[in-house]
Design a protein. Structure first.
Length: 99
């Protein structure tokens, strides 16, 4: 998430999102996502809406037929191999990958 005033990255501080450059404060969104660490019961809340930060592609979901999916690139193999594009459906959250 970025500051509306100076376009710098926002950081969580005292339950709010703060801009370190201009000092602007933003209240967290109504929806909060939680990330669970593998192997532990520790949960970390993620402030804000994640869906607005990821790029989307016009690709059909094989599970529900929706035509929009978020995507990220990950280097899943050796450095001299191309990266893997991982898609997640915007409707049903089904994930798949493209090599």
């Amino acid at each position: 998430m970025f500051c509306d005033k100076c376009k710098c990255l926002l950081f969580p501080k005292d339950g709010k999102l703060m801009c370190n450059k201009c000092g602007a404060e933003y209240a967290p969104g109504k929806k909060q996502h939680v990330i669970k660490h593998k192997g532990t019961d520790k949960e970390v809340p993620v402030m804000g809406e994640l869906s607005g930060t990821l790029p989307t592609a016009d690709i059909e979901c094989s599970k529900c037929g929706n035509r929009t999916a978020y995507w990220v690139l990950r280097q899943t193999r050796a450095a001299d191999e191309p990266e893997t594009r991982i898609f997640r459906c915007t409707k049903c959250s089904h994930s798949w990958r493209e090599y």
